[in-house]
Design a protein around this ligand. Structure first.
Ligand code: ADP
Ligand code: 5GP
Length: 198
């Protein structure tokens, strides 16, 4: 059985990461989505343990002290972290692991796991990003401005990513993500090991 690979998905808040990942997971059954912990409040429709583990700040700090996180970072006033428990286990079981994390966390993961594939999801333009954040209706005007500013700061470092997907249409972005994941499994190292195994 082939081993799974780890993929980081980063991109501005509101660009559509959750939307395209939900569609991608309908197409590819070999994905394990890493459920992060966060101190932010759930949005309507978000389920504890499915979209995030929703923790209060004290519990989040306890998890840090107990070394539960693979990485963690602060983002616009809240903490976010990747529990390390299932990441390696899922890859051993042949699943591709998806980490939907911001750029500071992505750097921490890259340092610990150099082979991770980093994909940046970008908006077609900035006004469209503001429209999506506003239409989503989950953040105050002040939070939207903070998220937009953070998006522009992060964009300046986005050229270190391995791939850039522009989420203009959901179908187009999903098709590109799907193609990238497939291509990453066509590298000689993996293919030669597979052939030699049998
Ligand atoms: P993220 O997970 O990156 O914060 P979401 O998936 O919550 O973003 O998407 C933010 C908003 O943008 C949602 O209302 C979603 O329906 C919308 N959206 C996502 N992708 C597109 C797209 N390609 N075109 C138009 N709207 C989109
Ligand atoms: P949101 O509040 O919009 O769900 O997420 C805000 C930001 O936090 C997004 O950029 C998302 O990728 C990032 N994020 C979500 N989970 C994690 C995590 O476990 N670690 C880090 N570093 N960032 C995360």
């Amino acid at each position: 059985m082939r081993k799974g690979k780890a993929f980081i998905i980063s991109g501005p808040s509101g660009v559509g990461k959750s939307t395209i990942l939900a569609e991608l997971m309908k197409k590819r059954k070999d994905i394990y989505f890493s459920v992060s912990a966060t101190t932010r409040a759930p949005r309507p429709g978000e389920v504890d343990g499915v979209h995030y583990h929703f923790l209060n700040v004290d519990t989040f700090r306890q998890w840090i002290d107990q070394n539960e996180f693979f990485e963690h970072a602060e983002f616009v006033g809240n903490y976010y972290g990747t529990p390390k428990k299932y990441v390696y286990e899922a890859m051993e079981n042949g699943k591709d692991v998806i980490l939907d994390i911001e750029v500071q966390g992505a750097m921490q993961v890259k340092a610990k796991m150099p082979e991770v594939v980093r994909i940046f999801i970008a908006p077609p333009n900035w006004p469209e990003l503001e429209r999506r954040l506003t239409n989503r209706g989950t953040d105050s005007a002040d939070k939207i401005q903070k998220r937009l500013q953070r998006a522009k700061d992060d964009f300046d470092t986005a050229n270190i990513y391995d791939y850039f997907v522009i989420n203009d249409t959901v179908e187009g972005a999903v098709a590109e993500l799907d193609a990238i994941m497939t291509a990453e499994h066509c590298k000689p190292e993996e293919r030669i090991a597979m052939i030699n195994q049998t």
